[in-house]
Design a binder for this molecule. Structure first.
Ligand SMILES: Cc1cc2nc3c(=O)[nH]c(=O)nc-3n(C[C@H](O)[C@H](O)[C@H](O)COP(=O)(O)OP(=O)(O)OC[C@H]3O[C@@H](n4cnc5c(N)ncnc54)[C@H](O)[C@@H]3O)c2cc1C
Length: 287
C-alpha cells in the first residue's frame, strides 16, 4: 500500500488514551494527528504537508459516538461521515439528509471523521457550514490536559491559535419544533471540493422569522463562516419572495469567496446566493 501511494517515511505513534495523545503532540510538535486520513494522506503524498510522525487517533474508540441527551446532540470527533449519514438522531434535520445525498464518495464517507473535517477549518468540508448554522460548540483538549469549550465560529476565526488542540466533540441543541435547518452545495463532477455550499437555520413563527443563522463555505477566501448581515436582515421579517431576494443580494455583497481555475469570485457569490434562495424557498414550503 505504502509503495503504491509513495508516501514519505513516517513514524506512527499510537496513544492509548486522550491524555497520551496530547502529550505525544506536545513532545513532538511537528507530528500531526491522523483520523480517517482522507485529507492528510493526499497532502503528505503530494508534499503539500510534511511531517515525519503521525499520532494515530483511530484506536481511541471513546471518541466515536453520536448521542442525544437533554435536547443536545453530541458527536464524538471520531464519528465518521457515514455515522452522521446513518444517524437516526440527525436524520430529522434536513441539512444532514442533503449532506448525505450530495456526498461525493461512499468510500471516503466510511473513513472521513467529523473531527478531521472541523480541524481543516476549510471550505472543502460540508459539515462546517451545517455545524455553524446549528451554533455548534466544540470541546477541545489542551496540551495540559484541560478541556476547553469554544464555539465552532470562534475556532475558525482563531484557528492559528486553537488548531494545536485535540478536538474531542461537537455539540449543538436539537432544533425545536418550528426550527428548520437545511444545506445545499454545488460541486463540479471533476472535483470533490464544492464550488460553494450554504447552510441556513431559521426559526419560524407562522411566516415570521424569529431567528436565523446563515453560514457559507467561503465567507472570506477559503474560510467558512456566518453571514451576520443576512441574519440581521432576516430577523423579525415575514418570509416572502421579496425578502428572500433582498437577503440573497445582501449575501452576495457580504462574502468574498476565492478566485481559482474552477470559478471566479463573482460566480461563487452568485452561486452562494442561488443556493441560499433554494434553501429559503424549501424552508417556506416545509414550514
Ligand atoms: C475523494 C474525496 C471525496 C470527498 N468528498 C467529500 C464530501 O462529499 N463532503 C465532505 O464534506 N467532505 C468530503 N471530502 C473531504 C474529506 O472527507 C475531509 O477532508 C475529511 O472529513 C477529513 O477527515 P479525516 O478524518 O479523513 O481527517 P484526516 O485526513 O485524518 O485529518 C485532517 C486534518 O485534521 C487533523 N485532525 C484530525 N482529527 C483531529 C482531531 N480530533 N483533533 C484535531 N485535529 C485533528 C489532522 O491532523 C489533519 O490536519 C472528500 C475527500 C476526498 C478525498
Amino acid at each position: 500500500m505504502l509503495g503504491y501511494v509513495k508516501l514519505p517515511r513516517l513514524v506512527p505513534l499510537f496513544p492509548r488514551d486522550l491524555r497520551e495523545a496530547v502529550q505525544l503532540r506536545e513532545e513532538n510538535p511537528d507530528a500531526a494527528y491522523l483520523a480517517g486520513g482522507t485529507c492528510l494522506i493526499p497532502l503528505l503524498k503530494s508534499g503539500a504537508y510534511r511531517t515525519g510522525k503521525l499520532i494515530d487517533l483511530s484506536r481511541l474508540k471513546e471518541l466515536r459516538y453520536i448521542r442525544v441527551g437533554e435536547g443536545v446532540i453530541r458527536i464524538g470527533a471520531l464519528a465518521t461521515h457515514a455515522d452522521v449519514a446513518n444517524s437516526t438522531a440527525l436524520r430529522p434535520i434536513n441539512a444532514f439528509q442533503n449532506f448525505t445525498k450530495s456526498y461525493t464518495s461512499p468510500v471516503v464517507m466510511n473513513s472521513a471523521t467529523v473531527g478531521g473535517s472541523i480541524a481543516t477549518a476549510s471550505h472543502t468540508e460540508d459539515l462546517i457550514p451545517i455545524l455553524l448554522a446549528l451554533n455548534t460548540e466544540l470541546t477541545l483538549l489542551t496540551p495540559d490536559g484541560d478541556r476547553l469549550t469554544v464555539e465552532l465560529e470562534k475556532y475558525i476565526k482563531e484557528y492559528d491559535r486553537l488548531k494545536k488542540h485535540l478536538i474531542l466533540e461537537a455539540a449543538f441543541k436539537l432544533p425545536a419544533n418550528g426550527v428548520l435547518c437545511d444545506f445545499e452545495k454545488l460541486a463540479l463532477g471533476i472535483s470533490r471540493i464544492p464550488l460553494s455550499s450554504v447552510a441556513v437555520k431559521v426559526e419560524l413563527e407562522r411566516r415570521r422569522i424569529s431567528g436565523a443563522t446563515v453560514a457559507v463555505a467561503q465567507v472570506n477566501g477559503t474560510r467558512p463562516g456566518r453571514v451576520r448581515e443576512v441574519e440581521e436582515l432576516l430577523k423579525g421579517r415575514e418570509i416572502t419572495e421579496e425578502l428572500i431576494g433582498e437577503a440573497a443580494n445582501k449575501l452576495k455583497q457580504s462574502i468574498s469567496p476565492p478566485e481559482d481555475t474552477q470559478a471566479s469570485s463573482w460566480y461563487r457569490r452568485e452561486l452562494a446566493a442561488t443556493l441560499f434562495k433554494r434553501i429559503m424557498r424549501r424552508l417556506v414550503e416545509h414550514g
